[in-house]
Design a protein around this ligand. Structure first.
Ligand code: SAM
Length: 243
């Protein structure tokens, strides 16, 4: 997968070189290119923003540098341009799974009051566009959102995780029906007076699997009842299932 980032703060994206994404770059699984949007601003101050039409506070990102950047990066119809924005669709695991099937993602990181709307309209004419929000709050810029989306997406790529099994029972995974993960423990068996549940030390794999599933259901019901929705199963009965 190829990942491009357009930003006025390239240093914000330095963590992409660390840990597992860094290794994936070294192994050739990922190609990462971070671009300074100001490279496509031509005045003395390399200006990328201007005052908003209609008045009001703040500045708006000018369209021209974005258009030139898309041309220079040779963005084409098979690519996906991601605009990080608080008014986009809310990012979740399903969207991460969907984006993990793409060949190239181009992240457009907004700043100031956002990007001139014509950039998004133009982008739709040259590639697939997704406007994505990290959540219902406002960040200073799109870089943190781009990092979060990247991390959730790339860990789903075959070969990215050392142990692909780690993905199977995770919170929100389609394979678990979208449940939250059960509590996890490691050694020692007793710490600060708190004991590891006996079933996890029993060696009975069936009992462990049942306990984990039960804990995942309880935790989801307690913390995120919105993830549980009635759903029909083959025998015609109705069970609660996370979606
Ligand atoms: N004026 C904009 C609004 O009210 O929607 C907010 C602009 S914000 C200060 C600057 C940039 O941060 C946005 O263009 C976007 O790229 C990014 N951003 C802020 N909050 C975000 C969120 N919840 N999800 C994704 N990106 C966000």
């Amino acid at each position: 997968m190829r990942l491009d980032y357009l930003t006025i703060f390239p240093d914000y994206l330095a963590p992409l070189r660390l840990s597992l994404p860094g290794k994936a770059v070294d192994s050739g699984l990922l190609e990462i290119h971070v671009h300074d949007l100001r490279s496509w601003a031509h005045d003395k101050h390399r200006t990328v923003d201007d005052t908003p039409y209609g008045g009001g506070a703040g500045m708006v990102m000018k369209p021209e540098p974005w258009g030139e950047a898309f041309d220079a990066l040779a963005v084409e119809p098979g690519d996906t341009i991601i605009f990080t924005t608080p008014s986009g669709e809310r990012f979740d695991q399903r969207l991460a799974e969907d984006l993990a099937t793409r060949g190239r993602l181009v992240f457009a990181c907004g700043r100031y009051e956002g990007i001139d709307q014509r950039v998004i309209d133009h982008a739709r004419s040259i590639a697939e566009v997704r406007e994505i929000s990290l959540g219902d709050y406002v960040l200073n810029g799109g870089e943190v959102a781009a990092l979060a989306v990247t991390e959730a997406v790339v860990r789903l790529l075959p070969g990215f995780m050392g142990n692909a099994e780690s993905l199977v029972e995770e919170s929100h995974a389609a394979s678990t029906g979208g449940l939250l993960e059960y509590p996890v423990y490691t050694k020692p068996p007793v710490w600060q007076g708190h004991e590891v549940p006996a079933v996890l030390r029993s060696g009975d794999h069936g009992a462990v699997a049942r306990w984990r599933h039960d804990q995942a259901r309880r935790r989801t019901a307690q913390r995120r009842p919105d993830l549980l929705a009635p759903s029909s199963i083959d025998d015609g009965s109705t069970i609660e299932r996370a979606v």
